[in-house]
Ligand binder design. Structure first.
Ligand code: GRF
Length: 208
């Protein structure tokens, strides 16, 4: 099977990017990382990508200004990116960029969407008092954390949880579900029914 070429956008630590990279190296995900870009030049995730020998470039807003997304698209174009993975990327994509990769931009968010979109999702969940939290892999549309849901994982909220203990519990699940959701998107037939993303079970063809 041919390998999908992924463009990764990140802004920080990059642990989800590394989970995707590990899954590829383990042969669990039929993909290759074409390029890693970060709007934060000193992001640890960008440094790790370089250490791993991947193409990795900073795309800071300062300096590039209104051309920041044009720079992102330029790198994607030159490295033949087919799918875009947001991995802790702290910028909202323009409708134009989203339109360049229709249903081919994937994000992970640390809440059970549609609850708690936006920043500090784990803090929002704790403050709300939910008993179950989790994470969501979704396709990206023009909204903030509003696109079609691909997969979700839940975790319990425990008595005495802090924002960081809950975030750590959710992160463990993120590292499993993001590569798994990408694998399914790449390998399984799926279609949209309204705003629902439906994976279609492969039907065995009866022999003639
Ligand atoms: C994760 O919690 C992810 O869900 C959110 O940003 C965080 C990024 O973490 N979108 P990392 O940079 O992948 O470690």
């Amino acid at each position: 099977m041919s390998k999908a070429r992924l463009g990764v956008l990140l802004s920080g630590r990059g642990s989800n990017f590394l989970a995707i990279h590990r899954a590829i190296e383990a042969g669990e995900l039929p993909a290759e990382i074409a390029v890693v870009l970060s709007d934060q030049p000193d992001a640890p995730g960008l440094a790790r990508a370089e250490e791993l020998g991947l193409r990795a470039y900073p795309v800071p807003v300062e300096g590039l200004g209104g051309q920041q997304e044009a720079a992102v698209l330029g790198y994607f174009h030159h490295t033949d990116v087919e799918w875009v993975c947001l991995a802790g990327y702290m910028r909202i994509l323009s409708a134009e960029l989203v339109g360049r990769y229709p249903r081919r931009i994937v994000n992970i968010h640390p809440s059970l969407l549609p609850a708690f979109p936006g920043l500090h999702a784990q803090r929002q969940a704790l403050e709300y008092g939910v008993r179950v939290a989790g994470c969501t892999v979704h396709l990206v549309d023009e909204g903030v954390d509003t696109g079609p849901i691909v997969m979700q994982r839940t975790v319990p909220v425990k008595p005495g949880d802090t924002e960081s203990s809950l975030a750590a519990r959710i992160l463990e699940q993120e590292h499993q579900v993001y590569p798994e959701a990408l694998r399914r998107l790449l390998q399984e037939p799926w279609r949209m029914v309204g705003r629902r993303l439906v994976f279609e079970a492969r039907t065995a063809h009866p022999s003639p």
